[in-house]
Design a protein around this ligand. Structure first.
Ligand code: NAD
Length: 339
């Protein structure tokens, strides 16, 4: 077993603290070769409290690919928590997917969390389910197993979309067209809320089985939500989907979705702005899951939590007003919120 603070090390040929995405407090590596677990935890900022963030179980092309992901995601968690005024720090874990996800692997990840002694508290993310987290909870206290964050994230994004439609058209969601990429935990629930509000909802998923479970006649499955003509495109699948070239295929007026790190690089926000597309940064609207996960620890009841979710929309309105007033993108408005 290897447990190592690699922050100041040269690890796998990379001087971690000189890496271009690094502006972190700590990066830890854990390896359990008997089980086949290789994992990283990045703690971006714990000045406001223990670092929280999901654990992603994913196949990475290289160590650097995983490092890059965990650094970007953990920084995003700090920013997300700060914007939503959640008094926790930002962190993230990744597990390099190699063989099969097993109970032994999850238990070994719990051992890693125990070695971190509560500096990082984990929830689920892509590849790790609430069921997995509940199993891990048998072996460590340092996980959030109180709720499935997806529906909370979806609710916050729903309010944000409703607000942005009201801002843009001074109209309700009735008959507005919303195209969602990804029918997972967030996308599916978001589709339900939008359909209930009278929107015309279109949804795509590369996993066709996810679409088989949709039987609401107001939710139509499409091959590719990205290019679909709509009022709002909502990316709820994977990150890095917007690049200088890919955005030429967009057919929407507003972008508002849950996926983390949607821009391949931040300059794409300006390209979207120049193209007349309102891009609402993920950090501004996908904090519903973190709000739900921390509600019990912060003694927030359901009514207060609902208010916290609705406040996401209030922040979106304020940011939209500022963007209009100063003729700047929402990404630039967000920069001011983060200082
Ligand atoms: P999920 O794994 O439950 O669902 C993602 C879905 O996207 C899957 O069904 C997958 O098949 C599909 N998908 C992958 N690539 C696709 C593509 N190119 N086109 C269409 N569909 C594709 O994940 P989730 O919990 O719903 O989260 C969605 C996104 O939101 C992720 O990027 C996640 O990091 C982010 N996020 C989630 C939460 C949360 O509370 N779950 C919170 C914040 C951010």
């Amino acid at each position: 077993m290897i447990f190592k603070d690699i922050t100041d090390s040269n690890f796998n040929g990379i001087k971690i603290s000189s890496y271009h995405e690094f502006e972190h407090e700590k990066v830890y590596y854990y390896e359990d070769s008997n089980i086949g677990l290789k994992s990283l935890v990045a703690i971006h900022d714990s000045s406001k409290g223990p670092a929280i963030g999901g654990c992603r179980y994913k196949k990475y092309d290289s160590f650097e690919d995983g490092l890059n992901d965990v650094l970007r995601l953990s920084r995003g968690m700090t920013h997300k928590n700060n914007v939503a005024q959640i008094p926790f720090g930002g962190g993230k874990a990744i597990i390099f997917k190699e063989g099969k996800k097993s109970k032994n692997l999850l238990q070994s990840f719990a051992d890693f969390l125990n070695l971190l002694e509560g500096k990082y508290i984990s929830a689920e993310d892509i590849g790790i389910s609430l069921e997995d987290i509940r199993f891990i909870k048998n072996h460590t206290d340092h996980v959030f197993d109180n709720i499935d964050p997806g529906p909370y994230t979806a609710k916050g994004i729903f309010y944000a979309i409703e607000e942005s439609i009201d801002f843009y058209y001074s109209e309700s969601l009735l008959n507005k067209t919303i195209s969602i990429q990804g029918a997972g935990s967030v996308g599916k629930k978001l589709a339900d809320h939008l359909s209930n509000a009278g929107a015309k909802v279109f949804i795509s998923d590369i996993d066709k089985e996810k679409l088989d479970h949709i039987n609401d006649p107001n939710i139509i499955c499409v091959d590719d939500a990205f290019t679909f003509q709509c009022d709002v495109f909502s990316p709820c699948a994977v990150g890095a989907i917007f690049s200088k070239s890919s955005i030429k295929n967009l057919n929407c007026k507003i972008i508002a979705g849950g996926a983390n790190n949607q821009l391949q690089d931040l300059s794409v926000a300006n390209d979207l702005y120049e193209n007349g597309i309102i891009y609402i940064p993920d950090i501004l609207i996908n904090s519903g899951g973190a709000i739900g996960l921390t509600k019990d620890i912060m003694h927030r009841n359901e009514d207060e939590t609902e208010l916290d979710l609705r406040n996401i929309a209030s922040r979106v309105r304020k940011a939209l007003i500022k963007s209009q007033k100063h003729s700047i993108s929402l990404q630039d408005v967000l920069k001011e919120l983060l200082v």
